[in-house]
Design a protein around this ligand. Structure first.
Ligand code: LLP
Length: 427
């Protein structure tokens, strides 16, 4: 929880500048308590609206590290992983493989083998070539692969083009409209080493309306009914994906997750009733809404450069290497000077990163307290898709992740060193 006292910014009762003095800048700071509270909201809603016949999976692409897998596992979550690297991290964290769902539109043979050898709960098949590969590898390993199908329900979500995924023009999954999904299910039903366990859809990310989720859920229930009738295949599980929006800036008004879940479950149940099928086991895959608001990033202000009648650049010791989201999507963030937290935000800044790249910005027209070199600038709601999308561009080491547990900060991920930077270079 973020608070202000005596002119300073606090997170979970810890003064942000105490953390930066001890661990340096830039650093990601995460509240374990907030992650747990978010998990509990989803878990309670899943239990309440589906009578316990539902499981939330943490979409770990939002923030993947051993510590966070352990936290969400202890809250009873499963995990969505999307690469061998995420799967490896989850397994290292001691995650129950049965609760791991393996996604991805271009899984390699090595990854599929790795997943099957470790007994992951589901492989979510994306394309016909992959169905053939999964079946072949399962046969070689003498196992049956429990699969789900990534399906494009043909729903347009109102969000940034790069994070929309449910429409027919998407690289992810099998399309419904043109019969591709139906044909894939038929193909899989004829394969000996595949067990059709479920269907999956994910319409996009940072979505505030419930309507596209409801629309997608109804379409997916309709598809379950169709394959039952026409192929006599009983699909017992429906994964409705993630994508619930969070508040980055004033004006972002996400619904409480409980309300999303209530509305979607009403739609699922009524559609099942009208089509005469049982309500399937339900999965949801929140990523951003579990971790985004749990995290902040703290930077050092390096310089304040005012260009008369143009703008003021506030340069920080991080940028697109730890948060590429403005450069990629023009995403908006709120910021604050941690050591001047109670002064008015009457200074308009373009917060610029340290890379040799004019587009390396954290944001433009950001209203903050008047800054000066040496101040600590905090960007809010950076817990999702920041650390997980960080890079070493310009050979900038990745910042550490400082996790606060019960009011005590600790290192969850170490700061990268120059040695780490060259560790794979042949010298
Ligand atoms: N399930 C699947 C299959 C997904 O592809 C995703 C996100 C999620 C769940 C979780 O969605 P969430 O609840 O986090 O919205 N890098 C972009 C977001 C990409 C999301 C990709 N898939 C960003 O920074 O906004």
């Amino acid at each position: 929880m973020i608070s202000k006292k005596d002119g300073n910014l606090y997170i979970d009762g810890v003064k942000v500048t105490d953390i930066t003095e001890k661990y340096g800048t830039p650093c990601y700071i995460m509240s374990e308590d907030t992650i747990r509270q978010n998990c509990r909201k989803y878990k309670a809603a899943a239990d309440k609206y589906y009578d316990g016949r539902a499981l939330p999976l943490y979409a770990s692409k939002a923030f993947s590290c051993v510590d966070v897998y352990r936290t969400v596992a202890s809250e009873g979550f499963g995990a969505d992983v999307v690469s061998g690297g995420e799967l490896y991290t989850a397994l290292k964290a001691g995650f129950d493989p049965k609760k791991i769902y393996f996604h991805g539109n271009a899984k390699t043979e090595e990854e599929i083998k790795f997943a099957l050898e470790n007994g992951v709960g589901r492989i979510v098949a994306d394309n016909t070539e992959e169905l053939v590969t999964i079946d072949r590898i399962a046969k070689e390993l003498n196992v049956t692969a429990d699969i789900s199908f990534r399906i494009k329900p043909g729903v347009e979500a109102h969000t940034h083009n790069f994070v929309k995924t449910g429409q027919i023009d998407s690289k992810f999954g099998f399309a419904l409209e043109n019969g591709e999904a139906f044909a894939a299910v038929k193909t899989a039903s004829e394969k000996k080493n595949l067990n059709i366990a479920g269907f999956h859809c994910h319409i996009g990310s940072q979505i505030f309306d419930t309507e596209p989720f409801i629309h997608a859920a109804k379409i997916m229930v309709g598809f379950i009914a169709k394959v039952k009738k026409e192929l006599s295949v009983n699909v017992g599980e429906l994964n409705l994906g993630g994508g619930f929006g969070i508040k980055y800036v004033d004006g972002d008004n996400p619904k409480p997750y409980d309300e999303y879940m209530a509305e979607i479950s009403d739609a699922v149940k009524s559609e099942c009733a009208s089509l005469g099928i049982d309500v399937p086991f339900i999965l949801v895959e929140p990523g951003r809404s579990i971790v985004a608001e749990a995290g902040i990033t703290a930077y050092r202000v390096m310089s304040v450069k005012t260009i008369e009648n143009v703008r003021t650049y506030v340069a920080i010791d991080g940028g697109m290497t730890d948060n590429p989201r403005y450069a990629l999507y023009g995403s908006k963030y709120a910021a604050c000077i941690a050591n001047k937290a109670e002064l008015p935000c009457d200074f308009k800044a373009t917060v610029a990163g340290r890379c040799c790249e004019s587009g390396d910005l954290i944001g433009e027209n950001m209203m903050i307290q008047a800054p000066q070199a040496g101040d600590v600038l905090v960007v809010f709601a950076t817990g999702a898709y920041n650390y997980s999308m960080a890079s070493n561009y310009n050979r900038v080491p990745r910042p550490p992740v400082i996790m606060i547990t019960d009011g005590v900060p600790r290192v969850a991920v170490k700061r990268e060193t120059y040695e780490d930077i060259i560790k794979n270079d042949m010298i």
